[in-house]
Design a protein around this ligand. Structure first.
Ligand code: FEO
Ligand code: CA
Ligand code: CA
Length: 666
């Protein structure tokens, strides 16, 4: 989900979606945790980004346009580890991939998933039809091979949220409205009905779809026995320390152990045992209703931005009204585990991993056999977490692995200016996490993980998004997408720029490749933005071309060679002169800090879900909310809905990228 309008960009007119995004991520962390701004000597990166002849320019943190041209020439003489020709950054209504590659749309919103799926008709949508069609706003994409085949498997896809103004052409139209006495372009929307809300709920959640490569091209298998839709109404179990707790009990579920639906599933992960993790992110937006000070969750909900009051679901479903169902919001904000191999299985919300605005849940098997999961809490000034299972992964007993995520230790990160860091356990009874401080049990700790992090003095970060372990190097990459609200007095070494519009990437080194380590080190890998503009303070290596830099890192993945690929959310004409896309990042050797543009999305879209198949010869990427940009961001007419003139609203899609003639992606 982007936040273009958070900086009050005048190029964008306000839609309900804009307003929603303006309100999200505004930061609800009022704790007194220091941002280390009182530390006068601020630490920037402890290590130059590159060595050798390119280091001088990089140390300056910025490079001139001339240097960029020189760098373009220098690159020709330098061996990139990424074997593709960089594309031109820019903005238009199409997607672009490097020469010699095909980028084929595999699945779009409304595509059939089952043999009996109805035809998609954007003018005659229904919830019943949507439940059998690919959902909206594809975000996380994972691939689970079938019988070890890299060319045949299950694609698991999160459907994060809905853009009503883009989805319903009969309901929202481009028109004119008066603003300050002037007639301006606007999206004119109708009244929400239960029918519309039901379609939205059916378009949320996720999809499991069997796919296979036939003659070099990927295809969905419509009669795949494992195909499945999960929606905002699917029955889901609750397990772990908060299961059955009073704060999770509702009128519909007096046991506090089962809940209808999962929402705002942003990034996620696939576990070593082949289950799919769906991370519930901006769940506050779905709740509305009056919050009085005597509400039992008044303080806790405030910390979570509840009620966010953006969707209209509460008008038709009481459980989304906090004044009528005070605990329902405690049943969202978790990581949901799904077994894609059994379409009848009940997904499970794993409460041991804590409740927050979960961006993702990427995992790795530690050298001692325990499994470690990394999670960002995507809000300005919120925290980075990891979870270490108590039990060990058993490659020979999948059933035993199915409960690993119910028992373990959740940690929150504290980054020190000297480049060390501490993972602090969120355990009831330890340190300040006591009954006197509002944590009577471990259930209270996980339900209020943010509040527990506040008490422990965790480091307030610039919107932590995907956090990705690299099994080849032992490094962990943390995407920090931006934070335009950080002030000079709130700077620290891990968040070194005020009004951080373009974000940065932190590299964590877990001690001795022990991912369960509680003492680690870190450094800034990249400060994002245009390195030719000194005030931006970006720090790409000087071998990075004018196309190679980017802003707003969001998701990422590691290929089978242990190399980092980053997708972005929020690049635009005004701020970066480019759309979002996929950049390949050098993290090792002389070229460390060099970035190279591989793929870019149509105007208004966000880039999500980068995922390689196991042989890294297919790259699945997710184009989310194409067309979701102001009319003035691109000169072509009807940009907001690029294909609207053909009677079809814009359609988020999953794209399969392959190399022409076959072979590894790069
Ligand atoms: Fe849904 Fe933090 O992006
Ligand atoms: Ca994201
Ligand atoms: Ca990822």
């Amino acid at each position: 989900m982007n936040d273009l309008v958070n900086d009050h960009n005048p190029d964008f007119f306000q839609t309900p979606q804009d307003l929603r995004e303006a309100k999200e991520d505004y930061g609800t962390n009022c704790s007194a945790n220091q941002t280390m701004g009182d530390i006068i000597q601020r630490r920037f990166s402890r290590r130059g980004f590159i060595g050798g002849s390119l280091a001088v320019a990089a140390i300056a943190s910025t490079v001139s346009p001339l240097a960029l041209i020189a760098a373009d020439e220098a690159r020709a003489a330098t061996i990139s580890t990424f074997n593709f020709d960089e594309i031109e950054a820019g903005i238009d209504e199409k997607h672009h991939v490097a020469a010699g590659y095909d980028a084929d749309i595999l699945l779009r919103w409304g595509d059939k998933l089952f043999a009996d799926s109805p035809e998609f008709d954007p003018l005659k949508q229904s919830a019943a039809a949507q439940e059998k069609l690919f959902g909206y706003n594809n975000d996380y994409v994972g691939f689970v091979p079938l019988e070890g085949n890299p060319d045949h498997g299950l694609l698991v896809v999160n459907h994060e949220y809905t853009n009503a103004e883009l989805m319903f052409p009969a309901w929202a139209k481009v028109g004119k409205q008066m603003v300050d006495g002037k007639e301006e372009d606007a999206v004119i929307m109708g009244e929400f009905t239960k029918e519309l809300v039901d379609i939205e709920m059916a378009a949320h959640g996720g999809t499991v779809i069997e796919i296979r490569k036939v003659d070099g091209k990927w295809q969905p298998v419509l009669d795949g026995k494992l195909n499945r839709r999960i929606t905002a109404n699917t029955e889901i179990a609750i397990s772990g320390p908060a299961a059955g707790h009073d704060r999770l009990k509702t009128k519909a579920d007096p046991t506090g152990t089962k809940v209808l639906g999962t929402i705002n599933n942003c990034a996620g992960g696939v576990t070593p045992w082949g289950t799919w993790l769906m991370a519930e992110e901006n769940i506050n937006n779905y709740f509305a209703g009056e919050m009085k000070e005597d509400h039992p969750e008044f303080a806790a909900f405030k910390r979570y931005g509840i009620p966010g009051d953006d969707y209209k679901w509460s008008a038709f479903y009481e459980r989304f009204d906090v004044s009528k169902e005070p605990n329902e919001a405690n049943r969202f904000g978790w990581v949901v585990e799904v077994d894609p191999m059994d379409p009848t299985s009940t997904p499970v919300k794993r409460t041991a991993l804590g409740r927050m605005k979960h961006e993702g849940a990427e995992s790795i098997i530690n050298k001692d056999g325990r499994v470690v999961l990394y999670c960002g809490d995507d809000e300005r000034f919120d925290y980075v977490y990891k979870f270490v299972t108590a039990g060990k992964f058993n490659p020979d007993d999948r059933a035993a692995n199915m409960t690993l995520l119910d028992d373990g230790t959740l940690y929150v990160a504290k980054f020190s200016d000297d480049g060390t860091m501490e993972w602090m356990p969120l355990v009831h009874g330890q340190g300040p996490l006591t009954t006197e401080n509002g944590f009577a049990t471990q259930a209270d700790v996980v339900i209020g993980a943010r509040l527990a992090g506040d008490l422990l003095g965790a480091t307030k970060m610039d919107r932590p998004e995907d956090v990705q372990p690299n099994p080849k190097t032992g490094k962990v990459y943390c995407m920090l997408t931006n934070n335009s609200k950080r002030k000079d007095e709130q700077l620290d070494a891990a968040n070194p720029r005020a009004k951080n519009k373009f974000g940065h990437i932190i590299e964590i080194t877990e001690t001795d490749m022990d991912f369960a380590s509680t003492k680690s080190t870190w450094e800034v890998l990249l400060k994002c933005g245009d390195p030719s503009v000194a005030e931006v303070g970006a720090s790409f290596s000087s071998a990075t071309t004018k196309n190679g830099w980017f802003g707003m890192p969001d998701n990422c993945t590691i290929d089978t060679d242990g190399r980092l690929w980053v997708s972005t959310d929020g690049n635009n004409k005004k701020d970066t002169g480019r759309t979002d896309g996929i950049w390949a990042i050098e993290t090792e050797g002389e070229l460390r800090g060099t970035s190279k543009l591989f793929f870019r999305v149509p105007v208004g879209a966000e880039m999500c879900g980068p995922c390689f198949n196991p042989t890294s010869d297919t790259f699945f990427v997710a184009v989310q909310h194409p067309g979701d940009a102001g009319l003035s961001t691109f000169e072509a007419p009807a940009t907001r809905w690029p294909d609207f003139k053909d009677g079809m609203p814009t359609r988020p899609s999953v794209v399969a990228i392959t190399k022409q003639g076959g072979g590894r992606i790069a």
